[in-house]
Structures are given as structure tokens and as C-alpha cells.
Ligand binder design. Sequence first.
Ligand code: ADP
Length: 363
Amino acid sequence: MSSLTEANVLQALRAVRDPDLHRDIVALNFIKDLTISGSDVSFSIELTTPACPVKDEMKAQAEQAVRSSIPGVGAVNVTMTASVSQRANMQAAPVLTGVKNTIAVASGKGGVGKSTVAVNLALSLAREGARVGLIDCDIYGPSIPLMFNINEKPRLHDQKLVPLEKYGVKVMSIGFLIDSTQAVIWRGPMASGAVKQFMTDVNWGELDYLVFDLPPGTGDIQLTIVQQIPLTGAVIVTTPQEMSLADARRGMAMFQKVNVPILGVVENMSYFVSASGERENIFDNGGGKRVADQFSVPFLGEIPIYTKIRAGSDNGRPVTDAEPDSEPSRIFRTIAKNLAAQISISNFSKQSAPIEISLGSNN
Ligand code: ADP
């Protein structure tokens, strides 16, 4: 029988494993602030993202593990915290020094809902407690000002632009700086230069995730942008039909060519449920999963067609903020958590594995 000592609590907690990182939470150094007071024990579990898909399960498992191996233990107080892991290339990058991870949201084709997905994933990550920024890289057709209903211009402070902040997310778009009725007729290098300036001349502060909403396609502009951002990885948005999938494959090939990991594929407009409850696969269904399997990358989830999603974007208040408990918001939240998990896995695999220290038993 185990007595209530720190070593025995840690030994008990070794039974709890992180299902994504495939190690126990003690070896991963997740246990912080362990204190014993009389028969009560308190500790924190520090995860690699606040948007962890298995946060609640892990908390319950940890409580149970301590209770079942140490008889007579009183209260077991577990606090869930997070410190987002930083991508190694961000530690070395001369730009975006306070940013831990950068995510490109891309699509081969326009109109598949790339900006909608980028915005709602950014908001979902922020609602889980992460510090999030969003850069609208679509210089020729910026849609972020409309989707956030922002009409003001960012101000300058210490010779840097201060990003505008709304719905818990810091945002920057060329649309904030130019007249929205004017067409941008810049050549490619100017467009990619503007994106570069959004990295060097904007004070982003400390961020866990900075999302780049890329312009659609796989041309020179996209390639230049992708090469100048120190990226953690890319998310590919596609609709299910072959017409979109062919371009999604080209997009994925582009990222592979420049050695940017693909964090996963999101299938948007997967199906529509009519008022009478009938499901209709307007653009076919399942293509996103197929293309993810084909490239051996994770499939992050599917998003049906919902009027609320379209209306949220048009009204300048995305559905994940306007109706956080609605079905579309729940779906975005799940996909955001899957994405956060993939980032943690990808960062973990790029580090050297922590050394497992065997604890002596005090039994
Ligand atoms: P892209 O960035 O790929 O060009 P957008 O995000 O601008 O595409 O989306 C195109 C249009 O489709 C917008 O009007 C948007 O509100 C709408 N839309 C995107 N995804 C959905 C969805 N799942 N359900 C309903 N409307 C959607």
C-alpha cells in the first residue's frame, strides 16, 4: 500500500498517458506545483495547449490514479494549465520573436471557405484560452475587415503598427490600410512584400498561434509568401468535389516541396441538412478524408453548410463568437482542438525526447 508522499503521487500519475505524445504525464514533465497538506494533495497538469482535446479525460484519470493507488487520500485538487510548445524554427527566426507557432491556412481554389475556416479556427483557439493572431494575406481580396466588421485603421506605436483586436484575436489586413472600394493592382513582389511587412513592422507581442489566411492558389505569390514565413505547418481547406480536390493536391504538393509540414486537411461544405432533416451531399462527401489519406496527413474534420456560418461572416460577427454553443461552433471547436493537438505532436517530434527518470519507490 502506498503512503501519501510526493514520490508516490508521481508514481501513481505515471499511469496517465498523453494519447497524442504517447508518454506518461510525469515523463512529459506536465506535473507542476505538487503539494501535500495533511491527507489532501494538489497539483497542476501543464499541457502543451489550452485547446487539448482530452483535457477533461486527463484530469479525471489523474484524480482516479491518485485515489486508487494511495488509500486514505483526502481531496485531490487537479488544476489544468497550459504552456504552448514553441516550434524550433520560431526560436531561431529573426521575425515574430514573441510568436510560438505559425499556421498557414491554404486552399488550391477560391471560394471553398478558406477565410471562413481560418477566422473561426482562430476564434475557437482564442476561446480555449490561447493567445491568437490572424494575418489576412489575401492582398487582392482581403475579407477579414468584413468578417470582423472592422472599419478603423491600426495605429503606430514605436514605429510599429499595433494590430487591431476583436473577438479575442489580434488581426491585420491590407484592407485596414487601403480604401475598401479600391482595387489593389500591385504586382506580385509588392503583394508578398506587404505580407513580409506584416511580420516585421507589426507589434504582435506574445502569441501562441499566429494564423496566416493565404490567398487561394499555388502561384508565385503563394510560393513566395510561404517561403518567407517561418511556418509551423499548413492546414489545407477543400470542398469535397473533385474540382476542388485536384487543386488541394497541388497545394499540398507545394507545401511538401518547400518542406512545410501539412498539419491536416479540413473538408468544408461537406453536406447540407434541410429543414426537414434530410442530408444532401451537395458537393459530394468524403473527398477531404481521401486526399488526407492519399498524402498520409491527418484529417482534421468536416464542416457542413450552415446558414449561420455564412451569415456570421457577412454580419461581421463569426458564428463561433455570436453563437458559441451552436452546432457549427461545436464543430469548429473540435477541429481547432485537433489542429492544436497536431501542432503539439509536430513540435514534440522535432524536439529530442525527454529523458525518463525512474523514481524510487517509498512503499
Ligand atoms: P475563400 O476564402 O476560400 O475564398 P470564403 O471563406 O470567403 O472562401 O467563403 C466563401 C463564401 O462561402 C462566404 O460567403 C462564406 O460565408 C461562405 N461559407 C464558407 N463556408 C461555409 C459553410 N460551411 N456554410 C455556409 N457558408 C459558408
